[in-house]
Write a new protein. Structure first.
Ligand code: ADP
Ligand code: ADP
Length: 229
């Protein structure tokens, strides 16, 4: 079954001559680790904003777990996606624990539940015991671990990582990619990794889609796509 499906999606920004995405059709299998790769301008950020409901397509449709993303369903469906950002997007004035609990606070979840779940996730990402620190006291890799815990706190079905290791050195990146792979397997999530780095695709993904100039140029199982001439 399909975690995420784009059908003939088109998107052009106001004032731009070229569309950012042209007639994009793509299926992300449930339980896969799917990479979206392309160089700058390929349309990756646009795709992320469409999945996260921050932009709407001009044409075509997007489905999450079979349900169409529309203005009417957007708020409910947004909850099914956890987002991990390139620059972590942590709040400097909140502790690590406070950053992880924030999405649950915004949903009105009671404090004991928020804190219990956030502490479980901090253990999962290897930061148990660092909950009372502030982001400025953490390394880049630790900050991204906090970002991953925050993305998981609402128990999404889909984890969407947007250039999640692009700001990190190679060794730290490898640790974060291993963590994402382990979490995807243990929690039976669908992981979508958006990247411009082929190493990321090789290291983690089961499936890959290649974008260029807003067009899907290749897609399939990673092993097969990488073997094609
Ligand atoms: P990336 O490739 O990492 O998305 P970019 O430099 O292409 O980085 O874009 C950075 C931000 O600027 C993104 O939010 C992108 O959508 C926005 N952006 C890119 N191109 C334009 C443009 N021509 N006009 C306005 N905003 C743009
Ligand atoms: P990528 O993330 O792969 O670099 P983007 O989705 O940011 O690609 O960009 C795809 C195209 O859309 C580029 O031509 C970019 O300049 C344009 N674009 C992206 N964001 C905006 C925006 N907010 N306003 C206008 N044009 C944009």
């Amino acid at each position: 079954s399909t975690a995420l499906e784009f059908s003939h999606v088109g998107k052009r920004y106001a004032g731009q001559a070229q569309a950012a995405l042209h007639d994009l059709s793509l299926q992300v299998p449930r339980g896969s680790r799917t990479g979206i790769i392309g160089r700058s301008g390929a349309g990756k950020s646009t795709l992320v904003r469409l999945i996260s409901g921050l932009e709407t397509p001009d044409s075509g449709e997007l489905r999450l777990q079979g349900e169409q993303l529309t203005p009417a369903t957007r708020r409910r469906l947004q909850e099914r996606t956890g987002l991990v950002f390139q620059h972590f997007n942590l709040l400097a004035q909140r502790t690590v624990l406070g950053n992880v609990t924030l999405p649950l606070e915004l949903r009105g979840a009671p404090r004991p539940l928020r804190e219990r779940r956030a502490r479980e996730l901090l253990d999962l990402v290897g930061l148990g015991g660092l909950g009372e620190r502030y982001p400025a006291q953490l390394s880049g890799g630790q900050k991204q671990r906090v970002g991953i815990a925050r993305a998981l706190v609402t128990e999404p079905a889909l984890l969407l990582a947007d250039e999640a290791t692009s700001a990190l050195d190679p060794e730290t990146s490898a640790g974060i990619l291993d963590l994402l792979r382990r979490i995807q397997q243990e929690r039976d999530l669908t992981l979508v990794l958006v990247t411009h780095q082929l190493e990321v695709i090789r290291a983690v993904t089961t499936h890959v889609a290649v974008l260029d100039g807003g067009h899907l140029v290749e897609s399939g199982e990673t092993g097969e796509v990488l073997r094609r001439p």
